[in-house]
Design a protein around this ligand. Structure first.
Ligand SMILES: C[S@@+](CC[C@H](N)C(=O)[O-])C[C@H]1O[C@@H](n2cnc3c(N)ncnc32)[C@H](O)[C@@H]1O
Length: 205
């Protein structure tokens, strides 16, 4: 699927995204992602969610991490961003229409970046990871959750992110972006896994 058709599909799906069994499955993945993120960085201060969709993950992190002082979610699908902002009304979370490949945040802005089932949609996953490394503070962590499995060959071959869905390729892209060697964690069913990677304490940005 082309880049704009993929994003258009999410714009159209936005209002029904959280509904039904598929919505329930996404909510469970989000919840496990939040748990892993808080196991990794128990008292985060500034968090970025890349490909935030309807904003569920930031909502849960805000509920579970009182240490947070800043929360930003970005997504190229404007309808998703509108719903995320509405769902997080009254909190200090902010949402913006952006892609992973071109983040507007300054260097070293966050101590935690999370991303749940978005990576395989990035049209240039290597560039997206470089942007994550740039805006992450030295010593900060990226928790990257997605389908990483040989069982997901169709996504790897035909998804907009090309072979991003291979664990080996994602590890290489994380290395190339300047992250320290990633650790891998099972997250949901057998195909959804998480890479947890740290930006070296000495800045590479
Ligand atoms: C399967 S949804 C996941 C949404 C949310 N993270 C969740 O867990 O419910 C994938 C999201 O990635 C977004 N996306 C697509 N291309 C992207 C890109 N280049 N950069 C960041 N996000 C992107 C889509 O708009 C969509 O909202």
């Amino acid at each position: 699927m082309s880049r704009s058709r993929d994003i258009d599909a999410y714009r159209r799906r936005a209002t029904s995204y959280d509904a039904g069994p598929r919505g329930g499955m996404h909510a469970r993945i989000v919840s496990r992602t939040a748990t892993l993120a808080l196991d990794t960085v128990p008292r985060p201060s500034r968090v970025l969610d890349v490909g935030c969709g309807t904003g569920l993950l930031l909502k849960e992190l805000l509920e579970r991490a009182p240490s947070l002082t800043r929360a930003l979610g970005i997504d190229p699908a404007s309808e998703m961003v509108e719903i995320a902002a509405r769902e997080n009304e009254g909190s200090f979370a902010r949402f913006s229409v952006e892609t992973a490949e071109q983040l507007s945040a300054p260097n070293n802005s966050f101590d935690l970046i999370v991303s749940s089932t978005s990576f395989s949609h990035w049209h240039d996953p290597g560039q997206g990871l470089k942007e994550c490394a740039r805006v992450l503070a030295p010593g900060g962590y990226l928790v990257l959750v997605d389908v990483f499995s040989t069982l997901a060959l169709p996504i790897r071959l035909f998804g907009p992110g090309g072979a991003a869905g291979s664990k080996e390729r994602a590890s290489r892209l994380l290395d190339a972006a300047g992250f320290e060697r990633a650790s891998w964690h099972p997250l949901f069913a057998s195909v959804i896994k998480a890479a947890v990677a740290q930006k070296p304490a000495r800045s590479v940005a």
